[in-house]
Design a protein around this ligand. Structure first.
Ligand code: GLY
Ligand code: MN
Ligand code: MN
Length: 434
């Protein structure tokens, strides 16, 4: 759990990065209709979660650095016995103020009366636009009103991107965050082990999905951090395959990309294993190239090393590996320069991981690749995908898709793999599946 003290420190850190005479406005994520009057499970804005941990919709938080009457203001849903009977508990402004440590809290219905007044003398409004069009246009209207009010208005009031500042803060994980991410990684690793143990030909891909997600929730996770990918056979070559309705066939591989969300933090693991528990020689050849590429990419990680090194290492191993097994022909150096590997490896090897599965944080600083620092968390996930209708390669390779993905913490001296609770060596996978 994240303590009240840590939330306060996060807000203070953000306010210390904001300009003079400014306000940050962070809106809760909107609720989304799934069908008529039923809704998707609610997912709070990760920026709002990060700054105060409030989980309810229809809320807006304001941070006003150095405001004598208080720096943290919250608008949230008022208590409403009737709505609470139907939809569940509402914290209400009074309790929210105490629980979250806000200096003031008001009913969200009063926002039109209160918020524009708080903008009147501000020079900078920090805001993350584009996530909720309805709130974007309300805020634009309030700002316009302030700019056009000649008596009180401030025509210099400008918008500043809040995501950039929050990205910088969220990129380095605290000890409490690392603890939660370790737990998310452990639960997800156990779920992948369960899928390997329960896999058999004739099952549907969604039944393996059910095994994985069952384990997530039985272990205390809130559910999947993103839609689980279970792709058997050539479906493994579809990078964002989420249909998960095909039947598992003996002789095919199955690729599972799934991770749980635990107290708002995500894990993101991929394993690829044979449906019948034994890799064929063609599958093993591709698998070993991907595993070697992942190993080379992981080994680049250490404080001070730039983010691009891991992908370069993966590309070198994949290209050489594809030459060695006869899929690519030519000199490695030329093939890398020409991007020949892109027919088989078409995504990047890594992304930041945190409250969002593709977490916030810039990958480049001043147009240069970012340097790793202790406390950063990322994935390493190379793959080789050979399309079922790639007539340029021998028949035996067609329809094979392999990705191996782990979650890595940058430490003071190097790195730590958080997801090693699920095997990835071929012999260990085969042993687990017996
Ligand atoms: N699960 C999404 C990804 O691996 O990036
Ligand atoms: Mn990933
Ligand atoms: Mn993934």
């Amino acid at each position: 759990m994240i303590s009240k003290k840590e939330y306060a420190a996060r807000r203070k850190d953000l306010m210390s990065m904001m300009g003079h005479n400014s306000v940050a406005i962070i809106a809760a994520a909107p609720e989304r209709v799934r069908s008529k009057d039923t809704y998707y499970p609610y997912k709070q804005s990760t920026n709002l979660s990060y700054l105060c941990g409030f989980a309810e919709p229809s809320a807006v938080m304001l941070l006003l650095p150095n405001r004598p009457q208080g720096e943290f203001i919250l608008f949230c849903r008022d208590k409403d016995p009737l709505r609470e009977t139907w939809d569940g508990h509402r914290t209400g402004p009074l309790q929210a103020k105490n629980i979250l440590g806000a200096d003031d809290a008001f009913p969200i219905d009063d926002i039109e009366d209160i918020l524009p007044g708080l903008l009147e003398d501000k020079e900078h409004v920090y805001y993350s636009a584009g996530k909720d069009k309805a709130f974007d246009s309300r805020l634009m209207r309030w700002i316009d009103e302030v700019r056009n009010n000649t008596a009180k208005g401030n025509s210099n009031c400008d918008f500043v991107d809040l995501d950039h500042l929050l990205g910088e803060l969220r990129l380095i994980k605290s000890a409490a965050e690392i603890k939660l991410m370790r737990k998310a990684a452990d639960i997800s690793a156990q779920a992948h082990c369960r899928a390997m143990r329960h896999c058999s030909a004739g099952q549907k891909e969604y039944q393996l999905q059910a095994e994985i997600e069952h384990q997530f929730m039985m272990a205390g996770a809130s559910g999947p951090a993103y839609t689980s990918i279970v792709g058997s056979g050539a479906n493994a070559c579809v990078l964002h395959y989420i249909e998960n309705r095909a039947t598992l066939k003996s002789g095919d591989l199955v690729l599972i990309d799934a991770g749980c969300e635990y107290h708002n933090y995500a894990a993101d693991i991929t394993r690829t294993f044979p449906v019948n528990g034994k890799f064929s020689s063609a599958q093993a050849a591709i698998y070993d190239v991907v595993l070697a590429a992942q190993d080379a990419a992981i080994k680049t990680i250490a404080p001070g090393v730039t983010f691009d090194k891991a992908n370069a290492a993966a590309i070198a191993v994949i290209t050489q590996g594809l030459i060695d097994i006869g899929i690519l022909k030519g000199e490695a150096e030329n093939l890398i320069a020409d991007g020949a590997y892109r027919d088989f490896y078409m995504h990047s090897v890594s992304h930041w991981l945190g409250m969002d599965v593709h977490d916030v944080g810039d990958y480049k600083v001043d147009n240069q690749w970012r340097v790793y620092e202790a406390g950063m968390l990322l994935t390493i996930e190379p793959g080789i995908y050979i399309s079922a209708d790639n007539s340029a390669v021998d028949n035996k390779w067609r329809g094979i898709g392999v990705r191996i993905e782990d979650n890595i913490l940058v430490t003071k001296n190097g790195y730590e793999v958080l997801t090693d609770g699920v095997p990835k060596q071929r012999d260990q996978i085969e042993k687990l599946m017996v």
